[in-house]
Write a protein that binds this ligand. Structure first.
Ligand code: ZN
Length: 84
């Protein structure tokens, strides 16, 4: 089983993959409408919003938490903006 390189989500079904294509390394949530992978900034923004919604954290705190989560994923390990 593959996991998404951009968010870490396990991809079990064909529908979990970007464009429903199991050859892709990222999931449907990390794909833009045209099927390309979202940028670091796009993921950071959407993940921060997700944390704010689900954990009720302050926007700035949520963004820092999102940075840490993204830094652990293969797609972003060389990202210059990622802390640590
Ligand atoms: Zn993903």
């Amino acid at each position: 089983m593959k996991t998404c390189i951009a968010c870490g989500m396990p991809m079990r079904e064909t529908a979990d993959f970007a464009l429903g294509d199991p050859a892709k390394d990222y999931c449907v949530h990390c794909a833009r409408p045209d099927g390309t992978m979202q940028s670091y900034e796009e993921k950071l923004t959407s993940m921060s919003a997700f944390i704010v919604r689900n954990q009720g954290l302050d926007q700035g705190v949520a963004r820092t938490a999102a940075c840490r989560m993204l830094a652990a994923l293969p797609a972003w390990k060389d990202q210059p903006g990622a802390p640590l």
